[in-house]
Design a protein around this ligand. Structure first.
Ligand code: DP6
Length: 328
């Protein structure tokens, strides 16, 4: 094989209906379906180059990564190598344009960009569905950063039919995600460890059994642009996941006092008639969802809250894409 290289760009995403817990941790087959929106402008750009070197290498934001981080990437490269029938090792160079510790999980955009760049560099031309499945093996939520706009990841009955697809384009609804940064500390328990303990919570079965209902309400709210319906289901879903986290063994408490202060303020602003709701991933920072016309005012209000150190703003993003090398 001649030296082959490709660059992929993928957005982060915020889950509106959360993925929490796996049926199969190795294949990353989730216990429930999930829905997210891609976050425009919060991207990972990854270049993969297959070459004659003796081992895979990984560089993230200019620093070389070895150990577990590299192993996780090599496992995806192994899947690509097996499909493309090649043996070459690869150099992987990845840049996130959003600050580390900003409460934006980089694994979703990172594994989506890796799946796209790696498969292309290996000479494969995978479909969106195949790319979504491949990205899923690196990080579950990465399956949702392959298609554009509002995206659903169906749990599926097996590894083949567990992939994500777009349910509406970015143009469907001008929602804005304002991420209230209350803590820049690296979280103590990552999602992968969290998924593994989810079944220890007595609340997890109830959460999982109720998921088809929440997915349906969320899907319909997006298609009908019904903010009130979206707000109540998104907050319920986030609270249900955190109830599971808090009642797992070991217990996972991601919220900080300032997280709760933001959530309380958001609920009060909604009572005052503002289209606004919150959702929180496996961290302390609060994603505040609103519509474009309210974004400026919401940003000011969030910045005025004690404990909010910064606010990141993202609109609805598109699908993962290939870039000319050097382009981002
Ligand atoms: C709380 O996809 O980060 O953000 O598959 O182990 O990488 P791994 O987990 P990950 O889990 C995401 C958990 C979540 C909810 C969500 O994004 O759906």
């Amino acid at each position: 094989m001649t030296v082959s290289t490709a660059t992929g760009v993928a957005c982060a995403n915020i889950a509106l209906i959360k993925y929490w817990g796996n049926r199969d941790n190795d294949l990353r087959l989730p216990v429930n379906g999930s829905i997210s929106m891609n976050l425009d402008g919060l991207v990972t750009t990854t270049t993969v180059t297959f070459n004659a070197s003796q081992r895979d290498t990984l560089t993230i934001n200019g620093g070389e990564i070895t150990g577990k981080g590299l192993e996780r990437v090599s496992r995806i490269l192994d899947l690509i190598r097996a499909t493309a029938n090649i043996n070459e090792k690869a150099d992987v160079i990845s840049e996130n344009n959003f600050p580390a510790g900003a409460g934006i999980a980089s694994s979703a955009s990172a594994f989506a960009a890796l799946a796209l760049a790696g498969s292309k560099a290996a000479g494969l031309d995978l479909s969106e569905r195949e790319l979504s499945r491949l990205a899923r093996r690196g990080s579950g939520s990465a399956s949702r950063s392959i298609p554009g706009g509002f995206v659903e990841w169906q749990a599926g009955a097996n590894a083949e039919d567990s992939f994500a697809f777009s349910i509406a384009s970015p143009a469907q609804w001008n929602l804005v995600d304002l991420v209230a940064i209350v803590s820049a500390a690296h979280k103590t328990t990552g999602s992968t460890e969290g998924h593994a303990v989810a079944p220890t919570s007595p609340l997890q079965a109830a959460r999982v059994n109720d998921t088809p209902r929440r997915l349906e309400i969320c899907r319909t709210a997006i298609l009908q642009k019904d903010f009130n319906a979206l707000a109540s289901i998104v907050e319920l879903d986030s609270d249900m996941m955190h109830a599971v986290m808090m009642t797992s063994t070991p217990a996972l408490h991601y919220w900080k006092p300032a997280s709760l202060a933001v959530m309380t303020a958001v609920r009060a602003w909604r009572t005052d008639g503002r289209p606004i709701c919150y959702t929180v991933d496996a961290g302390a920072n609060v994603h505040v969802i609103t519509v474009e016309s309210e974004a400026r005012a919401v940003e000011e209000n969030l910045r005025a809250l004690a404990g909010v150190n910064d606010v990141l703003i993202a609109r609805v993003g598109g699908a993962a894409r290939l870039a000319a090398n050097g382009d981002s």
